[in-house]
Structure formats: C-alpha cells, structure tokens
Write a protein that binds this ligand. Structure first.
Ligand SMILES: N[C@@H](CCC(=O)N[C@@H](CS)C(=O)NCC(=O)O)C(=O)O
Length: 91
C-alpha cells in the first residue's frame, strides 16, 4: 500500500492533495516535528525530509518526483483528467 509521510503544514501537502483528489488508496503517515531525523525515518529516507512516498520497499522523495511518478501511474490507469472529473474538479 502507498504511504505518504508528511509533517503538518509543510510541502507534502502538494502530493497529499493530489493523492486525495484522485482517490488514491494510500495511508498518510504524520510525523512529529523532528521525527524526520530519527534513525527509523532516516532508514527510509537518508535525506531526512518529507514528503516521502513508499510502496513496500520502494521509496521516493521530492515533491516533483512524487507527482511525476504518481500521475504517470494514474495516467496509465484511468487518466488524471478522468480522476479529477469524477471528483467534479474539472468540467
Ligand atoms: N526539494 C524537496 C524539499 C523537501 C523539504 O525541504 N521538505 C521539508 C518540508 S517542506 C522538510 O522535510 N523539512 C524538515 C527538515 O528539513 O528537517 C521537495 O520538493 O520535496
């Protein structure tokens, strides 16, 4: 299952909104301030930053990379426009 690690009020809001709007099956994992530098999180992302998207052992950081990767997945599935249209977000 996809997991998006985030800090409240920070830039992971961008992929968080994208995943939510397209009804992705994902879990949002909220970190406490400073937790991004914990050994457990550094084992997932040595950069110690969020956002981090994981899917099993697969990990991806950086907002733009996550958006690119995710929307490629959606596009291959049913298409971003169709996903947003379902939500009534585009005409
Ligand atoms: N260029 C990165 C920026 C990552 C970044 O700086 N994330 C911030 C939150 S917006 C962060 O994790 N800050 C906590 C820290 O650096 O310890 C991206 O677009 O994902």
């Amino acid at each position: 299952m996809l997991k998006l690690y985030y800090l409240q009020g920070a830039c992971p809001l961008v992929p968080h909104v994208a995943l939510h709007w397209t009804k992705a099956d994902f879990e949002a994992v909220r970190l406490e301030r400073g937790e991004q530098k914990s050994p457990a999180f550094l084992a997932l992302n040595p950069q110690g930053t969020v956002p981090l998207l994981t899917d099993g052992d697969w990990t991806l950081s950086q907002n733009i990379a996550i958006l690119d990767d995710y929307f490629i997945r959606v596009e291959q599935d049913k298409g971003v426009q169709a996903a947003l249209k379902e939500q009534g977000l585009v005409g």
